[in-house]
Design a protein around this ligand. Structure first.
Ligand code: SAM
Length: 226
C-alpha cells in the first residue's frame, strides 16, 4: 500500500510538473549538475519550487532571504520571481554546495541577483543583522532542521510587517506529532512551532504535503506588526 501511495503521489507530481510547474533548461541543468557533483537530492520538487515562486510574486518580493542553498534549485525559482534590482541572499554551510549553486545560478542568468554567503547560517544571519541588512520580504528556511527555532528568531529580526516566512520539511512523515521524539530535527521543529504559536508578531499555520519526495509539509507565517 505504501509503495502504491508513493507511486500515486509521484504520478500527480509529474502531472503538476508537466502542466504548470515545468523545469526549463536551466532548472533541468541544475538538477543534473547537483547529481553529477554528488549533492543529496533534498532540494524542493518542481511543484514546491513553483509554489515558492508564486508566493514571491504574490508578495511582490524584492528582497528574499534563503537559509539552505544546496545547489540553488529553490534559489532559481525564487530569484526568477524578483523584479529588476531584486536580490536573493542565500546561506549555505558547505563550500562545495555553494560552488555548485554558483555555477547553476550563472547558467540560469541569475548570478547578479543572488548573493551566496558561505558558512554556518547562524553566523551569517548574525553578521547580516549586525551590518544593518534591510528587511526581507520573504524568508525561506530550509537548512539544518535542529536549528529551525534559531532561524525563526533571526528571521524575525530581519523582517518587517508583511514579511512571509516559510519553513520547509516540518512534518517529516508525521513525526512532528510525536511529543516524545528525541530526534533533533523534530525537537528543533517543534520548538519553532512553539515560538510561532507564542509570537504576537506572527500569524502562522502549516500545510501537510505529499509528492515524489514523500510526506512532509511547510510552515508559513506572516509578520503582522513591528
Ligand atoms: C534541504 S537542503 C536545501 C535545499 C534547497 N533549499 C533547495 O530546495 O534547492 C539544506 C542545505 O542546508 C545546508 N546546511 C546545513 N546546515 C547548515 C548550516 N548550519 N548553515 C547553513 N547551511 C546549512 C546543507 O548543506 C544543505 O545544502
Amino acid at each position: 500500500m505504501a509503495n502504491e501511495t508513493n507511486e500515486l503521489w509521484t504520478a500527480v507530481d509529474s502531472y503538476i510538473h508537466d502542466t504548470v510547474a515545468r523545469n526549463d533548461e536551466a532548472l533541468d541543468a541544475a538538477v543534473k549538475a547537483n547529481a553529477a557533483a554528488g549533492l543529496p537530492t533534498i532540494d524542493v520538487t518542481a511543484s514546491q519550487g513553483k509554489f515558492l515562486h508564486v508566493l514571491a510574486l504574490a508578495k511582490g518580493a524584492k528582497r528574499v532571504l534563503e537559509v539552505g542553498t544546496l545547489g540553488g534549485y529553490s534559489t532559481i525559482w525564487l530569484a526568477r520571481a524578483l523584479p529588476r534590482g531584486g536580490r536573493v541572499v542565500t546561506l549555505e554551510y558547505e563550500p562545495k554546495h555553494a560552488e555548485v549553486a554558483r555555477a547553476n545560478l550563472k547558467r540560469a542568468g541569475l548570478a547578479k541577483k543572488v548573493e551566496i554567503h558561505v558558512g554556518a547560517a547562524a553566523d551569517s544571519l548574525a553578521r547580516l543583522h549586525g551590518e544593518g541588512a534591510r528587511p526581507f520580504d520573504l524568508i525561506f528556511i530550509d537548512a539544518d532542521k535542529p536549528n529551525n527555532a534559531v532561524y525563526l528568531d533571526w528571521a524575525l529580526k530581519l523582517a518587517k510587517p508583511g514579511t512571509l516566512i516559510v519553513v520547509d520539511n516540518v512534518v517529516r512523515e508525521g513525526a512532528l506529532a510525536d511529543a516524545a521524539s528525541v530526534d533533533p530535527a523534530i525537537v528543533g521543529t517543534r520548538a519553532m512551532f512553539e515560538r510561532m504559536a507564542n509570537e504576537p508578531r506572527l500569524v502562522a499555520t502549516a500545510v501537510q504535503t505529499v509528492g515524489s519526495k514523500g510526506y512532509d509539509g511547510f510552515a508559513i507565517a506572516v509578520v503582522v506588526s513591528d
